[in-house]
Design a protein around this ligand. Structure first.
Ligand code: OOG
Ligand code: NI
Length: 463
């Protein structure tokens, strides 16, 4: 049952993302600096390219172009993950995709909670890359047990947040006052706590096992570790970061700069060292520091089919085999050149990408197509005759190699470690209490629906 007085899930997500942005800018001033830089570069990009401006006006809300697209958290237990799924569901965010980061030396596996329908994405695209720590990958059994014990005692959701989730599930939504309180209560889960819940000695041991374990286990909750606005010119923001006093990571992750952008490009400024205190003897606190929080930017392109993705993965591998990017940025230029060179093998015009079956497109009738009254044509002829047009479908998900690069550059340059690759989607979905949406099937469905609809209109016109 839904009630007319319930606040839309999309609205709650919008309010939540705005509240989180304000909190994070306050907690991490360098993030505020990045936001201003992104807004400025976006304004300049729009001023320099009226065509881009017109196109974005038609498809996006220009006033919100520089708002956050995603954030990330790292959870400690299956119970936390299962509850987080219910919390995000109230905001219309559902788990899409499974990412195994163990192959890249990070002991987590992840999903992205995100809005799924076109309308919801347009209203507010905010998503949260959510990782679950995999203690099963930690070799030291005693430490594993100790970490699990610490995690089992913490409570990351307020009682009110849990009560409001129960209520939303029971009643089918929240009214305005409950929704506002829900946003305030849930925000608490993402807040930074500078007082660790472990001693300095324990922190050190966790940190030595893997920096990420220390980040997850040592604190009261899963502090938001970065937020990510959208940029219209990622190369420019990357280049300008040092002028603003923020240190960019060595390279932009993902594909190279192209005429027709594919998938996702992202970069971040390096996580800051922050003062924290550790639990000492008899209620005392011991000063220390922790490095985890940063700011990121992203630029998105077309969603690729499995065939396109396989080609992308191969070309990325080939590039990295030629030049392995060093964490200190010393060979960033060489890496970029190798990437650009190797990716010449990936078609860089929309029709080429479409004809090769590499990307997903949304089909629609042109003005001419809408006026046509007697036509029975196949798709390619309809396109050639200018009655059907196609637009790239934007990739709304993440990339495991890129995510690993983002993790690593923010865990410190020594963070890479060898784990036995062990994707375990079955375990993840069991812990989540639901299965994740298959991203490829999802994009294929959008493409198919647009195609069926356009062809049906044409064929009806012909009948
Ligand atoms: C998540 C890193 C992954 C992205 O944009 O690929 C990510 C993390 O550091 O917790 O956010
Ligand atoms: Ni991110």
């Amino acid at each position: 049952m839904t009630n007319a007085s319930f606040v839309k899930a999309d609205t709650i997500r919008s309010d939540f993302s705005a509240a989180m942005s304000a909190m994070y800018r306050n907690e991490v001033p360098a993030y505020g600096t990045l936001m201003s830089l992104v807004a400025r570069v976006n304004d300049e990009a729009l001023a320099a390219d009226p065509l881009l401006k017109t196109r974005l006006e038609a498809t996006d809300s220009l006033s919100r172009i520089s708002e956050e697209r995603h954030g990330a958290i790292r959870l400690g237990t299956p119970q936390e993950l299962a509850m987080m799924r219910r919390v995000f569901a109230v905001m219309g965010m559902h788990p899409v995709g499974y990412y195994d980061l163990s192959t890249a030396g990070v002991p987590v596996h992840s999903t992205a909670f995100r809005p799924v329908g076109e309308e919801s994405l347009k209203r507010n695209p905010f998503r949260v890359f959510t990782s679950l720590l995999r203690l099963d990958l930690i070799a030291d059994e005693a430490l594993r047990k100790e970490a699990a014990e610490v995690l089992s005692t913490r409570k990351i959701f307020t009682d009110e947040a849990v009560r409001l989730v129960d209520k939303a599930e029971r009643d089918g939504g929240l009214d305005a006052s409950d929704a506002a309180q829900f946003v305030r209560e849930v925000l608490e889960t993402f807040r930074w706590h500078d007082r660790a819940i472990v001693s300095a000695g324990m922190y050190r041991r966790l940190h030595d096992a893997h920096r990420l374990i220390a980040d997850v286990v040592s604190f009261k909750g899963p502090h938001i570790n970065h937020l990510t606005p959208r940029t219209l010119d990622i190369d420019k923001v990357q280049a300008l970061m040092p002028d603003e006093g923020i240190a960019p990571k060595a390279i932009v992750e993902g594909p190279p700069t192209r005429k027709c952008p594919i998938l996702l490009r992202q970069t971040s400024f390096k996580a800051l060292e922050e003062a924290v205190s550790f639990a000492g003897e008899q209620g005392t606190w011991q000063a220390g520091s922790h490095t985890a929080r940063f700011g990121e930017i992203e630029q998105r392109g077309i969603a690729l089919t499995p065939k396109g993705r396989a080609l992308y993965d191969k070309l990325l591998n080939d590039s990295r085999a030629r030049v392995r990017p060093a964490a200190d940025g010393s060979n960033a230029g060489e890496y970029e050149a190798a990437l650009t060179d190797v990716f010449h093998a990936f078609p860089d015009d929309w029709n080429g990408i479409r004809k090769a079956g590499l990307g997903y497109f949304s089909y629609s009738l042109t003005e001419k197509g809408k006026a046509v009254s007697n036509r029975r044509a196949d798709l390619e002829t309809a396109i050639e005759d200018g009655v059907i047009q196609f637009d790239p479908i934007v990739y709304e998900d993440f990339l495991p190699v890129s995510a690993a690069g983002i993790f690593q550059s923010n865990l410190g340059d020594d963070a890479a470690q060898e784990f036995i690759a062990s994707p375990n989607q079955v375990m993840f979905e069991r812990d989540l209490g639901a299965s994740v949406l298959d991203e490829f099937a999802h994009y294929a469905g959008i493409e198919r629906a647009s195609l069926t609809m356009s062809m049906a209109v044409l064929n009806t016109a012909a009948a």
